[in-house]
Ligand binder design. Structure first.
Ligand SMILES: Nc1nc2c(ncn2[C@@H]2O[C@H](COP(=O)(O)OP(=O)(O)OP(=O)(O)O)[C@@H](O)[C@H]2O)c(=O)[nH]1
Ligand SMILES: [Mg+2]
Length: 454
Protein backbone atom coordinates (compact mmCIF):
# COMPACT_ATOMS: atom_id res chain seq x y z
CA UNK A 1 0.00 0.00 0.00
CA UNK A 2 1.08 3.62 -0.20
CA UNK A 3 3.98 4.13 2.17
CA UNK A 4 2.58 7.53 3.19
CA UNK A 5 -0.53 5.96 4.65
CA UNK A 6 0.03 3.70 7.62
CA UNK A 7 -3.01 1.52 8.11
CA UNK A 8 -4.42 3.46 11.05
CA UNK A 9 -4.50 6.74 9.12
CA UNK A 10 -7.43 8.24 7.33
CA UNK A 11 -7.30 7.89 3.56
CA UNK A 12 -9.16 9.42 0.64
CA UNK A 13 -9.62 8.51 -3.04
CA UNK A 14 -11.98 9.05 -5.94
CA UNK A 15 -14.03 5.84 -6.19
CA UNK A 16 -15.54 6.42 -9.62
CA UNK A 17 -13.80 6.04 -13.00
CA UNK A 18 -11.92 9.04 -14.40
CA UNK A 19 -14.48 10.26 -16.92
CA UNK A 20 -17.46 12.51 -17.19
CA UNK A 21 -20.67 11.15 -15.72
CA UNK A 22 -23.74 12.20 -13.83
CA UNK A 23 -22.06 11.73 -10.46
CA UNK A 24 -18.65 11.04 -8.98
CA UNK A 25 -17.85 9.70 -5.55
CA UNK A 26 -14.98 10.64 -3.26
CA UNK A 27 -14.49 8.21 -0.46
CA UNK A 28 -12.72 8.36 2.92
CA UNK A 29 -12.01 5.80 5.59
CA UNK A 30 -10.31 6.08 8.95
CA UNK A 31 -10.70 7.59 12.40
CA UNK A 32 -10.59 11.18 11.10
CA UNK A 33 -12.87 10.63 8.08
CA UNK A 34 -15.85 12.53 9.47
CA UNK A 35 -13.77 15.35 11.00
CA UNK A 36 -11.80 15.83 7.78
CA UNK A 37 -14.96 16.27 5.70
CA UNK A 38 -16.69 18.37 8.33
CA UNK A 39 -13.76 20.80 8.19
CA UNK A 40 -14.49 21.68 4.55
CA UNK A 41 -18.26 21.20 4.50
CA UNK A 42 -20.93 23.88 4.73
CA UNK A 43 -24.24 22.37 5.83
CA UNK A 44 -25.27 20.23 8.77
CA UNK A 45 -22.73 19.52 11.50
CA UNK A 46 -21.35 16.22 10.28
CA UNK A 47 -19.51 15.58 13.55
CA UNK A 48 -22.89 14.88 15.11
CA UNK A 49 -24.27 12.94 12.14
CA UNK A 50 -25.56 9.46 12.89
CA UNK A 51 -24.38 6.43 10.94
CA UNK A 52 -26.04 5.81 7.55
CA UNK A 53 -27.28 9.36 7.12
CA UNK A 54 -26.97 11.61 4.05
CA UNK A 55 -26.45 15.38 4.16
CA UNK A 56 -26.68 17.95 1.41
CA UNK A 57 -24.28 20.92 1.49
CA UNK A 58 -21.15 22.45 -0.04
CA UNK A 59 -17.54 21.41 -0.10
CA UNK A 60 -15.58 24.65 0.23
CA UNK A 61 -11.94 25.44 -0.37
CA UNK A 62 -11.37 28.39 1.95
CA UNK A 63 -14.36 30.62 1.22
CA UNK A 64 -14.93 29.30 -2.29
CA UNK A 65 -17.59 26.64 -2.92
CA UNK A 66 -16.15 23.74 -4.94
CA UNK A 67 -19.39 21.86 -5.54
CA UNK A 68 -22.66 21.07 -3.85
CA UNK A 69 -22.57 17.49 -2.70
CA UNK A 70 -24.32 14.78 -0.75
CA UNK A 71 -22.24 13.43 2.12
CA UNK A 72 -23.08 9.99 3.46
CA UNK A 73 -21.69 9.03 6.85
CA UNK A 74 -21.04 5.46 7.94
CA UNK A 75 -19.82 4.98 11.48
CA UNK A 76 -17.48 2.19 12.59
CA UNK A 77 -17.97 -0.73 12.68
CA UNK A 78 -21.03 -0.66 10.38
CA UNK A 79 -19.17 0.42 7.25
CA UNK A 80 -17.46 -1.21 4.30
CA UNK A 81 -14.03 -0.99 5.92
CA UNK A 82 -15.17 -1.36 9.52
CA UNK A 83 -13.76 2.13 10.21
CA UNK A 84 -15.58 5.46 10.02
CA UNK A 85 -16.32 6.02 6.32
CA UNK A 86 -17.61 9.02 4.41
CA UNK A 87 -18.75 9.14 0.80
CA UNK A 88 -19.00 12.49 -0.94
CA UNK A 89 -21.17 12.39 -4.04
CA UNK A 90 -20.45 15.35 -6.31
CA UNK A 91 -21.15 16.26 -9.92
CA UNK A 92 -19.49 13.77 -12.24
CA UNK A 93 -16.65 15.95 -13.46
CA UNK A 94 -13.22 14.46 -12.72
CA UNK A 95 -11.87 17.99 -12.10
CA UNK A 96 -14.41 18.55 -9.33
CA UNK A 97 -13.70 15.18 -7.73
CA UNK A 98 -9.95 15.91 -7.90
CA UNK A 99 -10.44 19.35 -6.29
CA UNK A 100 -12.43 17.81 -3.47
CA UNK A 101 -9.65 15.27 -2.90
CA UNK A 102 -7.03 18.05 -3.00
CA UNK A 103 -9.03 20.10 -0.52
CA UNK A 104 -9.17 17.13 1.85
CA UNK A 105 -5.48 16.30 1.37
CA UNK A 106 -4.54 19.88 2.27
CA UNK A 107 -7.00 20.16 5.13
CA UNK A 108 -6.91 19.61 8.85
CA UNK A 109 -7.08 16.94 10.26
CA UNK A 110 -4.72 15.50 7.67
CA UNK A 111 -5.68 12.64 5.38
CA UNK A 112 -3.54 10.64 2.95
CA UNK A 113 -4.16 9.37 -0.58
CA UNK A 114 -5.40 5.76 -0.60
CA UNK A 115 -3.44 3.10 -2.48
CA UNK A 116 -5.06 0.51 -4.77
CA UNK A 117 -7.52 -1.68 -2.93
CA UNK A 118 -6.86 0.09 0.36
CA UNK A 119 -10.51 0.23 1.38
CA UNK A 120 -11.00 -3.49 0.77
CA UNK A 121 -7.70 -4.28 2.48
CA UNK A 122 -8.94 -2.39 5.54
CA UNK A 123 -12.21 -4.33 5.36
CA UNK A 124 -10.15 -7.53 5.46
CA UNK A 125 -7.86 -6.33 8.26
CA UNK A 126 -10.82 -5.29 10.39
CA UNK A 127 -12.48 -8.67 9.86
CA UNK A 128 -15.40 -7.41 7.74
CA UNK A 129 -14.35 -9.70 4.89
CA UNK A 130 -12.27 -12.85 4.78
CA UNK A 131 -9.51 -12.93 2.17
CA UNK A 132 -11.55 -14.92 -0.33
CA UNK A 133 -14.29 -12.30 -0.09
CA UNK A 134 -11.81 -9.47 -0.60
CA UNK A 135 -10.49 -11.20 -3.72
CA UNK A 136 -14.05 -11.60 -4.95
CA UNK A 137 -14.49 -7.82 -4.83
CA UNK A 138 -11.78 -7.38 -7.48
CA UNK A 139 -13.31 -10.13 -9.60
CA UNK A 140 -16.76 -8.60 -9.28
CA UNK A 141 -15.45 -5.29 -10.56
CA UNK A 142 -13.29 -6.63 -13.35
CA UNK A 143 -14.76 -10.03 -14.27
CA UNK A 144 -15.40 -10.44 -17.97
CA UNK A 145 -18.13 -13.06 -18.17
CA UNK A 146 -21.52 -13.61 -16.58
CA UNK A 147 -20.39 -16.91 -15.02
CA UNK A 148 -17.29 -15.22 -13.59
CA UNK A 149 -19.50 -12.52 -12.09
CA UNK A 150 -21.87 -15.07 -10.60
CA UNK A 151 -18.92 -16.92 -9.08
CA UNK A 152 -17.46 -13.69 -7.69
CA UNK A 153 -20.85 -12.67 -6.28
CA UNK A 154 -21.20 -16.01 -4.49
CA UNK A 155 -17.62 -15.77 -3.17
CA UNK A 156 -18.28 -12.27 -1.86
CA UNK A 157 -21.30 -13.70 -0.07
CA UNK A 158 -19.06 -16.21 1.70
CA UNK A 159 -19.29 -19.25 -0.56
CA UNK A 160 -15.62 -20.10 -0.14
CA UNK A 161 -15.92 -20.21 3.64
CA UNK A 162 -18.93 -22.48 3.14
CA UNK A 163 -16.81 -24.68 0.89
CA UNK A 164 -13.89 -24.78 3.30
CA UNK A 165 -15.83 -25.28 6.54
CA UNK A 166 -16.95 -28.91 6.03
CA UNK A 167 -13.44 -29.81 4.91
CA UNK A 168 -11.97 -28.22 7.99
CA UNK A 169 -14.46 -30.08 10.16
CA UNK A 170 -13.64 -33.35 8.41
CA UNK A 171 -9.98 -32.79 9.24
CA UNK A 172 -10.78 -32.06 12.89
CA UNK A 173 -12.99 -35.17 13.05
CA UNK A 174 -10.18 -37.26 11.61
CA UNK A 175 -7.86 -35.91 14.28
CA UNK A 176 -10.22 -36.74 17.12
CA UNK A 177 -10.98 -40.20 15.70
CA UNK A 178 -7.28 -40.75 15.52
CA UNK A 179 -7.00 -39.94 19.18
CA UNK A 180 -9.92 -42.19 20.09
CA UNK A 181 -8.39 -45.11 18.21
CA UNK A 182 -5.11 -44.43 19.91
CA UNK A 183 -6.78 -44.54 23.32
CA UNK A 184 -8.52 -47.79 22.55
CA UNK A 185 -5.55 -49.49 20.98
CA UNK A 186 -4.93 -52.59 23.02
CA UNK A 187 -1.27 -52.04 23.07
CA UNK A 188 1.15 -49.48 21.77
CA UNK A 189 1.92 -50.18 18.12
CA UNK A 190 -1.46 -51.76 17.33
CA UNK A 191 -2.09 -49.32 14.55
CA UNK A 192 -3.08 -51.62 11.71
CA UNK A 193 -6.78 -50.80 11.55
CA UNK A 194 -7.79 -47.22 11.51
CA UNK A 195 -10.93 -47.78 9.50
CA UNK A 196 -12.86 -44.74 10.67
CA UNK A 197 -9.97 -42.36 10.17
CA UNK A 198 -9.27 -43.84 6.75
CA UNK A 199 -12.88 -43.35 5.68
CA UNK A 200 -12.92 -39.82 7.04
CA UNK A 201 -9.77 -38.91 5.13
CA UNK A 202 -11.18 -40.38 1.93
CA UNK A 203 -14.26 -38.18 2.33
CA UNK A 204 -12.11 -35.11 2.96
CA UNK A 205 -9.98 -35.89 -0.09
CA UNK A 206 -13.12 -36.13 -2.19
CA UNK A 207 -14.33 -32.72 -0.92
CA UNK A 208 -10.94 -31.15 -1.64
CA UNK A 209 -10.92 -32.46 -5.20
CA UNK A 210 -14.44 -31.11 -5.73
CA UNK A 211 -13.54 -27.74 -4.22
CA UNK A 212 -10.63 -27.24 -6.60
CA UNK A 213 -12.99 -27.74 -9.54
CA UNK A 214 -15.87 -25.67 -8.16
CA UNK A 215 -17.65 -23.38 -10.66
CA UNK A 216 -17.12 -20.56 -8.16
CA UNK A 217 -13.81 -20.22 -9.93
CA UNK A 218 -15.18 -19.89 -13.47
CA UNK A 219 -12.87 -17.03 -14.24
CA UNK A 220 -11.84 -15.35 -17.46
CA UNK A 221 -9.15 -12.73 -18.06
CA UNK A 222 -10.10 -9.32 -16.71
CA UNK A 223 -9.55 -7.68 -20.09
CA UNK A 224 -11.73 -10.24 -21.86
CA UNK A 225 -11.01 -13.24 -24.04
CA UNK A 226 -8.80 -12.66 -27.08
CA UNK A 227 -10.27 -14.20 -30.20
CA UNK A 228 -8.89 -13.94 -33.74
CA UNK A 229 -10.61 -14.73 -37.03
CA UNK A 230 -8.07 -16.32 -39.37
CA UNK A 231 -8.13 -18.10 -42.71
CA UNK A 232 -7.38 -17.64 -46.40
CA UNK A 233 -8.51 -14.49 -48.24
CA UNK A 234 -12.12 -13.95 -49.23
CA UNK A 235 -13.74 -16.67 -47.10
CA UNK A 236 -15.77 -14.05 -45.24
CA UNK A 237 -13.67 -13.31 -42.13
CA UNK A 238 -14.56 -9.61 -42.11
CA UNK A 239 -18.20 -10.46 -42.76
CA UNK A 240 -18.18 -12.72 -39.68
CA UNK A 241 -16.69 -9.94 -37.53
CA UNK A 242 -19.37 -7.56 -38.78
CA UNK A 243 -22.10 -10.10 -38.13
CA UNK A 244 -20.88 -10.72 -34.54
CA UNK A 245 -20.45 -6.97 -33.93
CA UNK A 246 -23.82 -6.15 -35.45
CA UNK A 247 -22.34 -3.36 -37.57
CA UNK A 248 -20.13 -2.76 -40.59
CA UNK A 249 -16.91 -2.43 -38.63
CA UNK A 250 -14.66 -3.99 -41.29
CA UNK A 251 -14.61 -3.40 -45.03
CA UNK A 252 -16.02 -6.35 -46.96
CA UNK A 253 -15.30 -6.79 -50.63
CA UNK A 254 -15.51 -9.47 -53.30
CA UNK A 255 -11.81 -9.01 -54.07
CA UNK A 256 -9.45 -11.22 -52.05
CA UNK A 257 -6.89 -9.37 -49.93
CA UNK A 258 -9.31 -6.68 -48.74
CA UNK A 259 -8.25 -6.66 -45.10
CA UNK A 260 -4.61 -5.65 -44.69
CA UNK A 261 -4.36 -4.80 -41.04
CA UNK A 262 -5.66 -6.34 -37.82
CA UNK A 263 -9.04 -4.88 -36.89
CA UNK A 264 -9.99 -5.12 -33.22
CA UNK A 265 -13.44 -4.83 -31.75
CA UNK A 266 -14.51 -5.22 -28.11
CA UNK A 267 -17.75 -7.16 -28.01
CA UNK A 268 -20.06 -8.94 -25.60
CA UNK A 269 -20.59 -12.43 -27.03
CA UNK A 270 -22.72 -15.01 -25.22
CA UNK A 271 -22.34 -13.17 -21.90
CA UNK A 272 -18.57 -12.86 -22.21
CA UNK A 273 -16.28 -9.92 -23.01
CA UNK A 274 -14.34 -10.66 -26.17
CA UNK A 275 -11.64 -8.70 -27.95
CA UNK A 276 -12.21 -9.94 -31.46
CA UNK A 277 -9.60 -9.45 -34.19
CA UNK A 278 -10.29 -9.68 -37.88
CA UNK A 279 -7.09 -10.38 -39.80
CA UNK A 280 -5.61 -10.32 -43.28
CA UNK A 281 -6.19 -13.53 -45.24
CA UNK A 282 -3.21 -15.89 -45.24
CA UNK A 283 -1.80 -16.72 -48.66
CA UNK A 284 1.61 -17.06 -50.24
CA UNK A 285 3.11 -15.28 -53.25
CA UNK A 286 2.09 -11.85 -52.05
CA UNK A 287 4.29 -8.85 -51.68
CA UNK A 288 4.68 -5.65 -49.73
CA UNK A 289 1.75 -4.49 -47.66
CA UNK A 290 -0.14 -7.75 -47.82
CA UNK A 291 2.84 -9.71 -46.56
CA UNK A 292 3.18 -7.31 -43.65
CA UNK A 293 -0.53 -7.83 -43.00
CA UNK A 294 -0.11 -11.61 -42.94
CA UNK A 295 2.74 -11.28 -40.44
CA UNK A 296 0.33 -9.40 -38.21
CA UNK A 297 -2.25 -12.13 -38.69
CA UNK A 298 0.24 -14.65 -37.33
CA UNK A 299 0.94 -12.40 -34.38
CA UNK A 300 -2.78 -12.00 -33.64
CA UNK A 301 -3.31 -15.77 -33.89
CA UNK A 302 -0.38 -16.42 -31.56
CA UNK A 303 -1.85 -14.06 -28.95
CA UNK A 304 -5.38 -15.40 -29.28
CA UNK A 305 -7.03 -17.50 -26.60
CA UNK A 306 -9.24 -18.90 -29.35
CA UNK A 307 -8.76 -18.64 -33.11
CA UNK A 308 -11.77 -18.98 -35.38
CA UNK A 309 -10.35 -20.75 -38.42
CA UNK A 310 -12.55 -19.96 -41.41
CA UNK A 311 -12.92 -21.99 -44.59
CA UNK A 312 -15.31 -21.83 -47.52
CA UNK A 313 -18.20 -24.30 -47.11
CA UNK A 314 -17.88 -25.28 -50.78
CA UNK A 315 -14.18 -26.12 -50.71
CA UNK A 316 -13.41 -26.83 -47.04
CA UNK A 317 -10.31 -25.80 -45.14
CA UNK A 318 -7.13 -24.84 -46.92
CA UNK A 319 -4.61 -27.36 -45.53
CA UNK A 320 -1.66 -24.99 -45.92
CA UNK A 321 -3.42 -22.20 -44.08
CA UNK A 322 -4.43 -24.54 -41.29
CA UNK A 323 -0.85 -25.78 -40.94
CA UNK A 324 0.36 -22.19 -40.91
CA UNK A 325 -2.06 -21.27 -38.11
CA UNK A 326 -1.29 -24.40 -36.09
CA UNK A 327 2.35 -23.33 -35.99
CA UNK A 328 1.40 -20.47 -33.70
CA UNK A 329 -1.64 -21.74 -31.77
CA UNK A 330 -2.46 -25.08 -30.16
CA UNK A 331 -5.04 -27.14 -32.08
CA UNK A 332 -7.37 -27.24 -29.05
CA UNK A 333 -7.66 -23.46 -29.27
CA UNK A 334 -8.84 -23.58 -32.87
CA UNK A 335 -12.52 -23.25 -33.66
CA UNK A 336 -13.05 -24.45 -37.26
CA UNK A 337 -15.90 -22.75 -39.10
CA UNK A 338 -17.10 -23.16 -42.68
CA UNK A 339 -18.72 -19.99 -44.01
CA UNK A 340 -20.95 -19.25 -46.98
CA UNK A 341 -23.24 -22.21 -46.22
CA UNK A 342 -25.92 -20.37 -48.20
CA UNK A 343 -23.99 -21.07 -51.39
CA UNK A 344 -24.09 -24.85 -50.97
CA UNK A 345 -26.29 -26.74 -53.42
CA UNK A 346 -29.04 -28.59 -51.62
CA UNK A 347 -28.90 -29.66 -48.00
CA UNK A 348 -25.44 -29.19 -46.49
CA UNK A 349 -23.48 -32.33 -45.68
CA UNK A 350 -22.15 -32.72 -42.14
CA UNK A 351 -18.99 -30.61 -42.11
CA UNK A 352 -15.68 -32.35 -41.46
CA UNK A 353 -13.88 -32.42 -38.13
CA UNK A 354 -16.68 -30.97 -36.01
CA UNK A 355 -16.56 -27.69 -37.93
CA UNK A 356 -19.51 -25.34 -37.64
CA UNK A 357 -21.42 -24.49 -40.75
CA UNK A 358 -22.43 -20.85 -40.87
CA UNK A 359 -23.39 -18.04 -43.20
CA UNK A 360 -22.27 -14.52 -42.41
CA UNK A 361 -24.64 -13.39 -45.13
CA UNK A 362 -27.87 -14.94 -43.77
CA UNK A 363 -26.85 -15.19 -40.12
CA UNK A 364 -27.37 -18.95 -40.09
CA UNK A 365 -25.23 -20.68 -37.44
CA UNK A 366 -24.00 -17.40 -35.88
CA UNK A 367 -25.70 -18.12 -32.53
CA UNK A 368 -24.01 -21.54 -32.53
CA UNK A 369 -20.71 -19.86 -33.35
CA UNK A 370 -21.14 -17.52 -30.35
CA UNK A 371 -21.92 -20.47 -28.08
CA UNK A 372 -18.99 -22.51 -29.43
CA UNK A 373 -16.65 -19.56 -28.93
CA UNK A 374 -17.85 -19.29 -25.37
CA UNK A 375 -17.37 -23.01 -24.75
CA UNK A 376 -13.90 -23.01 -26.30
CA UNK A 377 -12.87 -19.90 -24.35
CA UNK A 378 -14.05 -21.49 -21.10
CA UNK A 379 -11.68 -24.40 -21.69
CA UNK A 380 -8.55 -22.27 -21.89
CA UNK A 381 -6.18 -21.98 -18.93
CA UNK A 382 -5.66 -18.26 -18.32
CA UNK A 383 -3.36 -18.53 -15.33
CA UNK A 384 -0.38 -17.26 -17.30
CA UNK A 385 -2.27 -14.20 -18.43
CA UNK A 386 -2.61 -13.05 -14.85
CA UNK A 387 -6.30 -13.89 -14.78
CA UNK A 388 -8.03 -16.28 -12.46
CA UNK A 389 -5.69 -15.16 -9.71
CA UNK A 390 -8.02 -15.98 -6.84
CA UNK A 391 -8.99 -19.26 -8.45
CA UNK A 392 -5.38 -20.23 -9.02
CA UNK A 393 -4.43 -19.35 -5.46
CA UNK A 394 -7.33 -21.26 -3.95
CA UNK A 395 -6.87 -24.27 -6.23
CA UNK A 396 -3.20 -24.47 -5.28
CA UNK A 397 -4.15 -24.41 -1.61
CA UNK A 398 -6.82 -27.09 -2.08
CA UNK A 399 -4.31 -29.24 -3.96
CA UNK A 400 -1.64 -28.73 -1.30
CA UNK A 401 -4.18 -29.68 1.36
CA UNK A 402 -5.09 -32.77 -0.66
CA UNK A 403 -1.42 -33.79 -0.85
CA UNK A 404 -1.19 -33.51 2.94
CA UNK A 405 -4.35 -35.57 3.40
CA UNK A 406 -2.97 -38.22 1.04
CA UNK A 407 0.31 -38.20 2.96
CA UNK A 408 -1.64 -38.58 6.22
CA UNK A 409 -3.53 -41.53 4.72
CA UNK A 410 -0.25 -43.17 3.77
CA UNK A 411 1.07 -42.81 7.31
CA UNK A 412 -1.89 -44.31 9.17
CA UNK A 413 0.00 -47.40 10.19
CA UNK A 414 3.21 -45.53 10.90
CA UNK A 415 2.19 -43.50 13.91
CA UNK A 416 -0.43 -41.05 15.09
CA UNK A 417 1.98 -38.17 15.58
CA UNK A 418 3.12 -38.03 11.98
CA UNK A 419 -0.48 -38.33 10.76
CA UNK A 420 -1.47 -35.43 12.98
CA UNK A 421 1.35 -33.30 11.55
CA UNK A 422 0.04 -33.81 8.01
CA UNK A 423 -3.51 -33.05 9.08
CA UNK A 424 -2.41 -29.82 10.73
CA UNK A 425 -0.57 -28.84 7.55
CA UNK A 426 -3.72 -29.52 5.53
CA UNK A 427 -5.69 -27.26 7.86
CA UNK A 428 -3.06 -24.54 7.46
CA UNK A 429 -3.54 -24.66 3.67
CA UNK A 430 -7.26 -24.02 4.16
CA UNK A 431 -6.53 -21.15 6.57
CA UNK A 432 -4.45 -19.53 3.85
CA UNK A 433 -7.46 -19.44 1.53
CA UNK A 434 -9.59 -17.47 3.97
CA UNK A 435 -6.66 -15.37 5.15
CA UNK A 436 -6.48 -16.60 8.75
CA UNK A 437 -2.74 -16.54 8.21
CA UNK A 438 -1.23 -14.17 5.68
CA UNK A 439 2.01 -12.46 4.81
CA UNK A 440 2.48 -8.84 3.72
CA UNK A 441 3.74 -10.16 0.44
CA UNK A 442 0.56 -12.12 -0.21
CA UNK A 443 -1.66 -9.20 0.78
CA UNK A 444 0.28 -6.82 -1.44
CA UNK A 445 0.00 -9.19 -4.38
CA UNK A 446 -3.75 -9.48 -3.90
CA UNK A 447 -4.58 -5.84 -3.30
CA UNK A 448 -2.32 -4.34 -5.94
CA UNK A 449 -4.73 -5.75 -8.54
CA UNK A 450 -7.48 -3.47 -7.26
CA UNK A 451 -8.37 -0.05 -8.54
CA UNK A 452 -7.74 2.98 -6.37
CA UNK A 453 -10.86 3.87 -4.42
CA UNK A 454 -12.00 0.26 -3.87
N1 LIG B 1 -22.87 -15.84 -50.19
C1 LIG B 1 -22.10 -15.46 -49.20
N2 LIG B 1 -21.15 -14.55 -49.39
C2 LIG B 1 -20.39 -14.17 -48.36
C3 LIG B 1 -20.58 -14.69 -47.06
N3 LIG B 1 -19.68 -14.12 -46.26
C4 LIG B 1 -18.96 -13.24 -47.00
N4 LIG B 1 -19.38 -13.27 -48.27
C5 LIG B 1 -18.85 -12.52 -49.39
O1 LIG B 1 -17.51 -12.95 -49.63
C6 LIG B 1 -16.71 -11.85 -50.03
C7 LIG B 1 -15.52 -11.73 -49.14
O2 LIG B 1 -15.98 -11.38 -47.86
P1 LIG B 1 -15.01 -10.73 -46.78
O3 LIG B 1 -15.78 -10.69 -45.50
O4 LIG B 1 -14.43 -9.48 -47.28
O5 LIG B 1 -13.92 -11.87 -46.70
P2 LIG B 1 -12.52 -11.86 -45.96
O6 LIG B 1 -12.24 -13.26 -45.57
O7 LIG B 1 -12.49 -10.83 -44.92
O8 LIG B 1 -11.52 -11.46 -47.14
P3 LIG B 1 -10.07 -10.79 -47.03
O9 LIG B 1 -10.14 -9.61 -46.14
O10 LIG B 1 -9.80 -10.40 -48.43
O11 LIG B 1 -9.13 -11.84 -46.54
C8 LIG B 1 -17.62 -10.62 -50.05
O12 LIG B 1 -18.09 -10.42 -51.34
C9 LIG B 1 -18.75 -11.03 -49.10
O13 LIG B 1 -19.95 -10.38 -49.40
C10 LIG B 1 -21.62 -15.67 -46.89
O14 LIG B 1 -21.86 -16.19 -45.80
N5 LIG B 1 -22.33 -16.01 -47.98
MG1 LIG C 1 -11.36 -9.21 -44.62
Amino acid sequence: MSGAAPDADTVVAVATPPGTGALAIVRLSGPQAVAAVAACFRGADLRRAASHTAHHGYVVAGAEPVDDVVVTVFRAPRSYTGEDCVEITCHGNPLLAARIVDTLLGGDPPVAAAGPGEFTKRAFLSGRLDLSQAEAVADLIRGSADTALRGARARLDGAVAALVEPIREGLLDAQSELEVELDFAEEEGDLADRGAVRARLAAVAELLAQAAADPLYAELPYDGVNAAIVGPPNVGKSSILNRLAGNERAIVDAAPGTTRDVIREDLAIAGMRVRLCDTAGIRSGTSGIERAGIARTREAAAQADVAILVGDARTGFAARVRAEVEKVIAPDRLLPVLNKADLLDGAPAAPPGGALLISARTGAGIAELSAALRARAAGVDYTERGAAVAGARHRRAFRDALAEVDAAGGMLTAGAEIVAVHLRKATACLDEILGAVTTDDLLNRIFERFCIGK
